[in-house]
Write a protein of this length. Structure first.
Length: 94
């Protein structure tokens, strides 16, 4: 991913807030198969082949669906979606 990373929306590392103009690998997903990825202005989300949803980035309004309003600089599993069999997802990003 590349672009603004001021809210950790690139998912690179907890210490990385620098923006990039060339693509950077999200090492969190090195051993996962991502079937869907959405990169928004302040937050991002990915769905794996197993149906696991991960979100990261700005979370001022709880948009990461993690049950809080804490920004996440690295992908985190959305546990409240486990067992729901996600296969097609549409997220709205500002």
């Amino acid at each position: 991913m590349f672009g603004d990373n001021s809210q950790g929306q690139l998912g690179l590392s907890p210490l990385e807030t620098e923006s990039f103009h060339i693509p950077k690998q999200i090492f969190f997903f090195t051993e996962k198969v991502v079937t869907w990825l959405s990169a928004g202005h302040k937050h991002s989300g990915a769905l794996t082949v197993e149906g696991y949803l991960y979100t990261w980035g700005g979370n001022k309004f709880g948009q990461l669906s993690q049950g809080d309003q804490v920004n996440l600089p690295v992908p985190k599993l959305v546990e409240n979606q486990l067992g729901r069999g996600l296969c097609n997802l549409s997220m709205s990003f500002e």
